[in-house]
Design a protein around this ligand. Structure first.
Ligand SMILES: *Cc1c(COP(=O)(O)O)cnc(C)c1O
Length: 496
């Protein structure tokens, strides 16, 4: 399968798309066509375990990767998760399910892809005959950084450097990153918000001066951010798996449509659901949930993307994003895969901070997606209600998604004759990853310390505390550097 850039022209193989991360023209790599999964294949997948299902989906895109080896890598990656099943589906009530993606090494859904990406990248380099050392640069709003560090620590021929916004991540996320072990890792705080971090990293990738300076030193850049197709591909698999689990447990019959609600930041997770739908998975609506940073809600409602607005820090920091990079892939599809139009819009976004789509594109968009957002108070209320009513504790990001899922379902019930599908809400982090906010939501109590929060939630919910979070308390802080955004490349040069 070949890949093309969203900004026209440039082509790449799967291995090239993954190793390079981003096209030379600044565009994102997308498959030349969407591979299909037939109903007969779906039936066959019912009997498969998670790695087998994922292997079938991934191999359709990455056909130059040897299938048995890919399967072995997926088995190894998902063996790092609790309990055998990396993506369990939990029924909350009739027609309402949670897809739990937080049972990996760092307790957030980023592990689903970042435990697999090191293999995809290393093998990609082998396929392409690349001998240089690889340097992974990551901009993180909190969860990607830790998951990438865990995934790549002590990997051969790879170094990894993570930039996070100094005041834009939770205490637990910061602690997770700054205590990271591994000889090949570095973590640096950037003064600013996530968008400043992301822009800084993108600048390094785009700068020929930076890239050639690194090549002189035998170092080649690659990215582990969600714009890398190697991040997107493993995420497509869990939408298939969730659907198949609903069929297996006789909640639906094969062919029935299912809706998904996804707590959204950089638009990677929900885009994977859209890709699954393009491949033939019977998906109804995709519900895009945002927090107070509701740039996507506005876009999906009026067709205007406008990043020029106040930035809010919320208790769902992984969604505090005003420029959702992966949206470019959706814009490309909406435009009828027009690279020139997409390039123009992205240019407008970077110069004016805004762009808009046409009325007919808007119509197509609203057929596929519904978007909503919540306030902090309503998120807390929703988390409290679901715990009180169903005994189900959820993290703050999932709380945002649940609130919007309920908004959507209320709206459907008001609409006469609307077709109602079962709803799967994607649960992206363990409640223990944001313990103070979660405890506050469930009980109204404030605790000063994250570990006290963990203990209290454990007493309240009897939910098992992930070992990796417990262990954090006794680890030493390794990384303390904090720089301004224009000094990021200097830090890179110091590190290599
Ligand atoms: C990254 C993240 C999100 C947002 O996912 P995107 O793919 O960036 O839209 C939501 N919740 C949590 C817990 C995350 O870590």
């Amino acid at each position: 399968m070949n890949f093309i850039s969203t900004r026209g022209g440039e082509r790449a193989t799967g291995a090239e798309a993954i190793v390079r991360g981003i096209a030379k023209d600044g565009g994102l790599f997308v498959p030349e066509v969407f591979p299909e999964v037939s109903e007969e294949e779906l039936v066959r997948m019912l009997a498969m375990d998670y790695p087998e299902r994922a292997s079938l989906v991934l191999h359709k895109y990455l056909d130059e990767y040897e299938e048995n080896e890919l399967l072995a890598a997926l088995k190894e990656a998902y063996a790092k998760f609790d309990d055998g099943d990396p993506a369990p589906l939990v029924k909350v009530e009739n027609g309402m399910y949670m897809l739990e993606l937080f049972h990996g090494p760092t307790c957030a859904f980023k592990d689903m892809a970042l435990t697999v990406l090191p293999y995809l990248l290393r093998k990609g380099c082998d396929i392409l005959g690349i001998k240089e050392q690889i340097l992974i640069l990551v901009a993180t709003s909190g969860d990607t950084g830790k998951a990438a560090l865990e995934g790549f620590k002590d990997a051969d021929g790879v170094k990894i450097m993570v930039f996070y916004p100094d005041d834009g991540v939770s205490k637990m996320q910061k602690l997770q990153m700054c205590t990271q072990d591994g000889e090949n890792v570095n973590v640096v705080a950037v003064k600013g918000n996530f968008d400043d971090c992301q822009t800084g990293v993108k600048k390094i990738f785009k700068s020929e001066a930076c890239v050639s300076k690194l090549l002189e030193k035998g170092v080649r850049l690659s990215s582990a951010n969600s714009i890398n197709f190697g991040r997107l591909a493993p995420q497509i698999a869990y939408y298939f798996s969730a659907y198949l689990d609903l069929v297996s447990s006789e909640q639906i019959t094969m062919g029935d449509k299912v809706d998904f609600t996804v707590p959204t930041g950089n638009f990677g997770n929900i885009l994977a659901a859209y890709y699954a739908k393009q491949m033939g998975l019977p998906v109804g609506k995709l519900v895009c949930a945002s927090n107070k940073n509701n740039v996507l809600t506005d876009f999906f409602t009026n067709g205007r993307y406008d990043s020029k607005r106040p930035f809010y820090r919320t208790m769902s920091p992984s969604m505090d994003i005003l420029v959702s990079s992966n949206l470019e892939r959706l814009i490309f599809e909406l435009s009828g895969r027009d690279g020139a139009v997409t390039a123009q819009r992205m240019k407008k976004l970077s110069t004016d901070g805004r762009y808009e789509i046409s009325a007919s594109e808007m119509k197509n968009l609203s057929q596929e997606f519904y978007a909503g957002f919540t306030s902090e108070d309503d998120t807390i209320e929703c988390m409290y209600e679901f715990f009180t009513e169903y005994g189900y504790p959820m993290d703050t990001h999932t709380g945002v998604a649940m609130n919007v899922a309920v908004q959507y379902s209320d709206k459907m019930q008001d609409e006469f004759g609307a077709e109602v599908h079962p709803m799967v809400v994607v649960s992206t982090a363990s409640p223990y990853k944001f313990p103070q906010d979660v405890l506050y939501a469930l009980t109204g109590n404030d605790v000063k310390d994250s570990f006290k929060g963990i203990k209290r939630i454990n007493l309240l919910t009897a939910m098992k505390v992930p070992e990796s979070l417990k262990a954090l308390r006794y680890k030493t802080l390794r990384f303390k550097a904090s720089v301004s955004a224009d000094k990021m490349f200097d830090e890179v040069l110091k590190f290599i």
